[in-house]
Design a protein around this ligand. Structure first.
Ligand code: SF4
Ligand code: SF4
Length: 159
């Protein structure tokens, strides 16, 4: 495997697109199990058939669709996508969505403190679009549902 640690994240993702577009196996194999491959083939087909180049923003969003689950047949793909993700983090810093997801207790406290606000932000279409933009969360991903009352206060009430 070519060392991709020194390449720009965009170049690493472009190479994954070319590799998987040439191979084409995961177009059908991973169609239902992974949101990364359908988007990869959509962008690649569009580029070939309509001559609309894949933009840097689209490459960035494509990388975010891979959860590194490791289900795809070639280990090279998640390995290279880890390198691309790292490259983007070095360039841009850690996205707010990732910082929130890393600190799950804080996210849970925030959502439970303001359950109505969290619901309004995630369920209202306009607010949800804005929130996705701010947190750079891909439209294919769902925000977690906040229950009311939350589990812990529900338990306290029952005790
Ligand atoms: S992950 Fe491997 S098998 Fe799947 S399309 Fe890419 S190169 Fe082909
Ligand atoms: S590792 Fe990434 S590309 Fe491979 S199946 Fe999982 S989400 Fe899809």
């Amino acid at each position: 495997m070519v060392d991709s640690s020194r390449k720009s994240p965009q170049k690493v993702v472009r190479e994954v697109i070319e590799l998987c577009a040439d191979c084409d196996t995961c177009r059908t194999l991973m169609e239902k199990d992974c949101v990364f491959f359908p988007e990869l083939y959509r962008l690649s087909d569009r580029e070939k058939e309509e001559e609309i180049p894949v933009t840097e923003a689209e490459l960035r969003e494509l990388v975010e669709l891979c959860t590194l689950c490791g289900l795809c047949p070639c280990p090279r793909v998640p390995e290279d996508l880890v390198k691309a993700k790292n490259g983007y983090v070095q360039k841009e810093g850690t996205p707010i969505s990732t910082r929130l997801m890393i600190d799950v207790p804080r996210l849970a406290r925030l959502c439970c403190t303001f359950p109505r606000l969290s619901k309004a932000l995630t369920k209202n279409k306009a607010m949800s679009t804005l929130l996705r933009k701010v947190t750079r969360t891909n439209p294919a991903r769902q925000f977690p549902t906040v229950t009311e009352p939350d589990f812990f206060s529900g338990r306290k009430r029952k005790a």
